[in-house]
Design a protein around this ligand. Structure first.
Ligand code: G1P
Length: 307
């Protein structure tokens, strides 16, 4: 089996978190299954991975979060019911996730951090896989396609390639932040990473370029993950493994993403994504727009009859 032009076959999606910011909903519903209009966030991310050339998705779950993987399993009873009722548009929607790519799961037994979660995927990789993609399901990077740009950079410059977004200064402490320099002769949005620090204080942040949940990582990352110690928040951080690789001379670059991005990891960001996606849908968009305009106008009156 050879990799397609993307240079990777496997996309790893860490989905082991407790989803505490979405409690009480996430008491029984995994955060990754909350719908963006009608499609779970993790299906959007799986579709992006498939689009970029992945043929296998490795979902890192925690004990009891089997529903996330079940979303990618064919439901023949549901499918035949929809077919019998002539609901073919719904049938197509239901079939989409199981048809995207092969899904396997690995369990992260303890919540020891993102680095530890990614490390669990090594056990299911084939011996000839030289790189993996990691997509954080909290992040929607739009329009899709940044992984393609990252693959091109890896093909040219080798090593590992990450996606960066420029964030407002006050937000840097929520991210992995890059220390970068220009690459001679390269596109202005491709930068060499000199260092990376997880959730720095504003005063210590080397830039406002932050990791945006898309990583194309050389297999060497697994060796680095075995050698890191707990970092920010007392967790084993993926950022620290990447920083270790850089310190040891492994090439790491970023592609700066200039499009939009949603953070599904908190209710505020999730709602923005839902509204954004709904506005683009012909069956919901026009009415939602009209209602939002009214809701935000001076004519809004919560005691008036519903429109
Ligand atoms: C994780 C990563 C961080 C990255 C962020 C992107 O942090 O550790 O480096 O910038 O995702 O969303 P988390 O948001 O899980 O705290």
């Amino acid at each position: 089996m050879t990799d397609k032009t993307s240079g990777f076959r496997t996309a790893v999606v860490p989905a082991a978190g407790l989803g505490t910011r979405f409690l009480p909903a996430t008491k029984t519903v995994p955060k990754e299954l909350l719908p963006v209009v009608d499609t779970p966030g993790i299906e959007l991310v799986a579709a992006e991975a498939a689009e970029s050339g992945a043929d296998r998705l490795v979902i890192v779950t925690s004990p009891g979060k089997d529903g996330v993987v079940a979303h990618f399993v064919e439901d023949l009873v549901l499918e035949s019911t929809l077919a019998e009722r002539g609901k073919f548009a719904l049938l197509e929607k239901v079939r989409k996730a199981p048809g995207l790519l092969d899904v396997t799961s690995v369990v992260q037994e303890e919540p020891l951090g993102l680095g530890h979660a990614v490390a669990q995927a090594e056990s299911v990789l084939d011996a000839d896989e030289e790189a993996i993609a990691v997509l954080l399901p909290d992040d929607l990077v739009l329009p899709c396609g940044v992984l393609d740009a990252m693959s091109r950079v890896r093909a040219e410059l080798g090593g590992s390639v990450l996606c960066a977004i420029d964030v407002p200064k006050e937000q840097v402490s929520a991210y992995g932040v890059f220390d970068v320099e220009a690459v001679e002769g390269a596109d202005a949005d491709v930068l060499r990473v000199r260092g990376m620090v997880e959730k720095p204080a504003l005063a210590d942040a080397p830039s406002t370029l932050a990791a945006a949940g898309r990583y194309l990582l050389d297999r060497a990352v697994f060796d680095a993950l075995r050698r890191i110690t707990p970092g920010a928040g007392g967790e084993l951080q993926l950022t620290d493994a990447i920083a270790l690789l850089i310190a040891e001379g492994h090439p790491v670059h970023v592609v700066v993403h200039r499009g939009s991005r949603h953070d599904l990891g908190n209710p505020g960001g999730y709602l923005r994504a839902a509204v954004d996606f709904a506005l683009e849908r012909e069956e919901y968009g026009p009415q939602l727009r009209e209602w939002l305009e009214f809701r935000l106008s001076e004519n809004w009156d919560p005691t008036a009859p519903a429109r």
